[in-house]
Ligand binder design. Structure first.
Ligand SMILES: [Zn+2]
Length: 174
């Protein structure tokens, strides 16, 4: 999965911060506060000290669990978390929460719809860039050879070559 590139989008909700600090903060979660985690509160059960949900579904954000439960089901999430290493669970829960939010907003495409839109924007920007470089080269040719060819090289190198298309969705609006 291209998580590194996905996290660099400004509109991305997922922050893949699998740092030791995040795990440490998560492990000290709702254990000492006495109030059940958002999952146990929603499921109306006692939140045990070793509750698998507690570090990732704090009581102050009940909606996060509601969405994940509605899309994936609590038992599936429990199974998934138990199959992962503890240091991976924070990222897994965040990606499930993101996918669940997107799935509820867009029942057909879910987060694939967002990826498709971003890929479309990327292609558009690449076309704009190509056009701008063409205009620049025309300008430089008209000015003569004492222009600034270094600028064209600079612009050409600022955008990585991302032409791979791993998802193809035909936009009905196109
Ligand atoms: Zn709990």
């Amino acid at each position: 999965m291209a998580s590194s590139s996905a996290s660099s989008f400004p509109g991305s909700v997922i922050t893949m911060a699998s740092s030791a600090a995040a795990v440490g903060a998560a492990s000290s979660g709702a254990a000492g506060t006495g109030s059940p985690c958002a999952a146990c509160k929603f499921l109306r059960r006692k939140c045990q000290p070793d509750c698998v949900f507690a570090p990732y579904f704090p009581p102050d954000n009940p909606q996060k669990f509601v969405h994940v439960h509605r899309v994936f089901g609590a038992s599936n999430v429990t199974k998934l978390l138990n199959e992962l290493n503890p240091y991976q669970r924070e990222d897994a829960v965040n990606s499930l929460a993101y996918e669940a939010d997107m799935r509820l907003r867009d029942p057909v495409y879910g987060c694939v719809g967002v990826i498709s839109v971003l890929q479309h924007q990327l292609r558009q920007l690449q076309q704009d860039l190509t056009r701008a470089r063409y205009e620049l080269s025309k300008y430089q040719a008209s000015v003569g050879c004492n222009g600034t060819p270094a600028m064209a090289d600079f612009i050409g190198n600022t955008v990585p070559n991302c032409t791979q298309n791993f998802i193809n969705i035909s936009h009905s609006t196109a």
